[in-house]
Each structure stands twice: as C-alpha cells, then as structure tokens.
Design a protein around this ligand. Structure first.
Ligand code: ADP
Ligand code: ASP
Ligand code: MG
Length: 439
C-alpha cells in the first residue's frame, strides 16, 4: 500500500483536481490524503475571526465569496449533469453548515475547528465525485472515524492504527481510498485538527500505522531545497535526506513538511518521498534511513521564537538550579527548543507563549528574567561529525554582520542552531546560501 498526500495547490482548481486522477491512477493500492483547496483554510480562519468578533455582516460576505469560488470550480470540474447536481448539493450542505455559526451565541474554538474542517471535507468529496465521473472506483474514508488525538493533544497512534485498519478491512476488494488530511477528533470526540499544515502529518501517521511501502508528499516544489525558496533565490532540491535531517528541517521551519510529521514514518522505517505535482518527472527528495554523507545539507528558519534569559548568582557552583527552571516550564507544558548556559545565566527558547507570563512570574521568584520576542532560530542541518573541522568557522562567517543572541553547537551532529532577531532572517539565509553552498 502507498500513501499519497496532495497539498492545497495540488487540489487548488478544477484543472488540478483532474490532474490528480492521473497521478493516483494505477493498480497499486493506495490511500490518497487531501488538503483543502489552496486558500480555503485561510479563508475559513478569517471567517472564524469575524465570528469571534460577532461581525455577522462581514462573516456572511466572506462565506458568500468562498462559496462562489466553489460554485465556479465545480462547473469546470464535472461534465455529467447528475454528478454536477451532486456537487452542488455538496457545496450547499457544507456552506449551510458554516452559515449555521453566524449569530451563534457563544463562538468558541470548538466551533472554529468545525468550520476549519469543512475545507478538507469538501476537497475529498469533490475528488471522489470526479473519479466516479471518469469511471474510477474509489472509497471515501471519513478521517473523523479514525484520526484522533489523546489528552495531550498528540495523535493517539494505537487508536488510529486499530481504526484505520478496521476501515480498510471493510473494503477488501478496493484499491483506491481517499481521506481528509489535517482533521481529527480530540479526546472528547469533538472535531479538531493537527495544526496548520497537518495534512502531511495525517499522511505520515497513516503510512506508518499501516506499514505502507512508501509515503509520498506531493506539493508545489520538487522536494526539500537546501534553503528557504521564499527568501533566497538560488536554491536547489536535495535528492536524499536521512530521517534525522528531514525531521530537523521540518521542525525548524522548512514549510514543505509539517514540523513533526517525519517522526512516525521514521519509527516504522517507512520512506517518505517529496514530489512536485506540476513536475512529476522530477526526482524530488527521498527521506529514508540512509547513512547521510558528511557535510551540511540545508538550512531552515523558524520564526515566532521567544528567548528567555534567567540570571542568578545562585547558579554559581550550585546544583539543582537548572532542574528548578525546567520544572517551571514543565508545569506549564511548554517545550523548550534551545538552551545555552554560562556560570550565572541560562537562555532558553520557546515557541508557545500561552503561559509565558506565568512562567516569567515564577522564574522571577528565583532569578532575574529577560524576555526577547520576535526571535528566529536558524538551523543548519546535515551530518556534521564532531571530528571534522571548519563547520563553526563557515557558519559563523555568514553571520559576521548580524547580531547573534544564542548559539547551540554540539547537542547533535545533525543540527547547529543560532538565534537572531527575526528582522535579520532573510539576510542570514541569503548569507548562508553564499557561505555554505556557494550561491
Ligand atoms: P502544500 O500546500 O502542498 O502542503 P506548502 O505550502 O505547505 O505546500 O509547502 C510547500 C512550500 O514550502 C514551497 O512552495 C516552499 O515555498 C516552502 N518551503 C519552505 N522551505 C522549503 C524548503 N527548504 N524546501 C522546499 N520548500 C520549502
Ligand atoms: N488545510 C490545512 C492548512 O491549510 C492543512 C494542510 O494544508 O496541510 O493548514
Ligand atoms: Mg503544507
């Protein structure tokens, strides 16, 4: 079995959806995981925002605009009048559901998540109907029947494994399954999601749980590039990455992959292939358990970082001080990304500021605390053996005109990270393209 995931741009128009049928054709059994059409989840986020603000007029305008877009797309998508009629009913149904939240007395994140789920529900049904129009059999599997998170908000892998297998066993003669990326139920059974970009995560979890032969992530670029193409002109695709390298790049901001999607695939050793829907003949990137060659593979940057510096003379020659600091972060379930220390101070970074104020209040009881916001972690990823020389000098050379706030070297042989003010990010990525990759 293969798992193929197609992102927003790959299902972004009637033409693109038709093109998908070519890529999913063939005898090999597969699960096709789809995102919402590009722009839809952002539009649903905006609609939800107006509903939080109880601005019904604006919400209705935005809903009408999105519905019109879908009405136009299905005219291009279906030729068969019966299927076109079914398409119209589908759109009516989902937009009627979205409208039911206008003037909702108390709009909360629970309602927002129901609204956000409509994009993937629409795209998957639209593709399923299109396949029936061209005479290809497919089964539409409702992700809400098997994708679930646990009490910590993490995917409940045991539940997912059991339930996806149950769903597949219902159709022993079927070869083509379609399901929604991104959406799931939470521990209370309410509709939830795996965070923005979560369709990659759905695909990798499913691929791992069914021990797929391969997970293919189809997107709008020919694989993982050596640098962020949104900020740097001359970037190139990397043909092979180890799971460790890909996991680091995804976690530290390479948008092509959801931050944690590599881990389930790595655990079950299922290779992940990154491919371009617009250029299927391009090699793309193969992510597997290969022994990566020595060297720097790529850089990525993660924004929205808070750097917290905790300073106290009590740290000098004392033990247990770091433990006390970590316990405060643990109490507020806030993961720490990077750490650097000196005799009397420790700097840490977090990306989730929800409990930052409370954390700082508690830290202030034991030390002086300084917080810097709008920080970016720049991660340099590759296979950088401790016995080799030159990596530090090369990397630091790229930052010669940029103030550095933290440096983390040596935690792993796959990652060297640097924290800078976000306004220097583009300059840093461009300078590294020159210093590390010669462009
Ligand atoms: P999809 O909608 O298919 O999930 P995304 O927009 O989430 O697509 O991810 C693909 C985009 O990721 C690319 O268009 C590219 O701009 C961006 N990107 C950022 N960093 C990288 C990188 N290192 N390699 C490739 N793409 C990257
Ligand atoms: N549609 C969701 C998003 O835009 C999930 C995804 O595309 O992966 O975040
Ligand atoms: Mg994505």
């Amino acid at each position: 079995m293969l798992v193929l995931k197609f992102g927003g741009t790959s299902v972004g128009s009637a033409e693109r959806i038709k093109n998908l049928a070519k890529l999913t054709h063939g005898n090999e059994p597969k699960i096709v995981v789809l995102s919402a059409m590009s722009g839809t989840t952002n539009a649903l986020v905006n609609i939800s925002q107006t509903l939080y603000e109880q601005n019904s007029t604006k919400a209705s305008e935005l809903i009408d605009a999105l519905e019109n877009k879908y009405k136009i797309e299905i005219q291009d998508l279906y030729q068969n009048p019966t299927i076109l009629e079914k398409g119209k009913e589908l759109i009516n149904y989902h937009f009627h559901h979205i409208r039911s939240f206008v003037d909702f007395p108390l709009f909360t994140s629970k309602e927002e998540k129901i609204i956000l789920a409509q994009g993937e529900l629409l795209s998957t049904a639209m593709f399923h109907y299109y396949l029936s129009e061209i005479g290809e059999k497919s089964i539409l599997l409702p992700a809400l029947n098997f994708m679930r998170t646990n009490k910590d908000g993490e995917p409940d892998l045991a539940y997912i494994e059991e339930n996806i297998k149950k769903e597949l066993y219902k159709y022993p003669d079927s070869k083509l399954f379609i399901t929604q990326g991104f959406i799931c139920r939470n521990v209370n059974g309410d509709i939830d999601n795996l965070q923005r970009g979560g369709s990659d995560y759905t695909a990798c979890i499913l691929g791992a749980m069914i021990d797929a032969q391969e997970i293919q992530i189809w997107t709008d670029i020919d694989g993982m590039h050596n640098n962020d193409p949104r900020f740097v002109d001359k970037t190139y695709p990397i043909s092979h990455l180890s799971f460790d390298e890909a996991a680091e790049l995804a976690y530290f901001g390479a948008k092509i992959l959801h931050p944690t999607c590599i881990l389930p695939a790595q655990k079950r050793n299922v290779p992940v292939l990154l491919k371009n829907t617009m250029k299927p003949e391009a090699h793309g990137t193969v992510i597997s358990n290969i022994e990566p060659p020595e060297g720097i593979r790529a850089v990525a940057a993660k924004d929205g970082i808070y750097a917290v510096t905790v300073k106290s003379e009590r740290m000098l020659l004392a033990y247990g001080f770091l433990k006390t600091i970590f316990e405060i972060f643990e109490k507020y379930k806030t993961p720490i990304d990077m750490i650097t220390t000196s005799e009397v101070a420790v700097s840490l970074t977090i990306d989730n500021p929800v409990y930052l104020e409370r954390i700082v209040d508690e830290l202030k009881e034991i030390a002086q605390v300084e917080v810097m916001k709008d920080q970016t972690i720049v991660a340099i990823v590759g296979n950088m053996s401790r016995s080799e020389t030159g990596y530090g000098a090369k990397i630091m050379g790229a930052f010669k005109d940029i103030p550095l706030h933290m440096i983390s070297y040596g935690g792993s042989e796959h990652n060297i990270s640097v924290v800078i003010d976000s306004r220097y990010k583009k300059k840093a990525l461009q300078a590294m393209n020159k210093n590390l990759f010669g462009y």
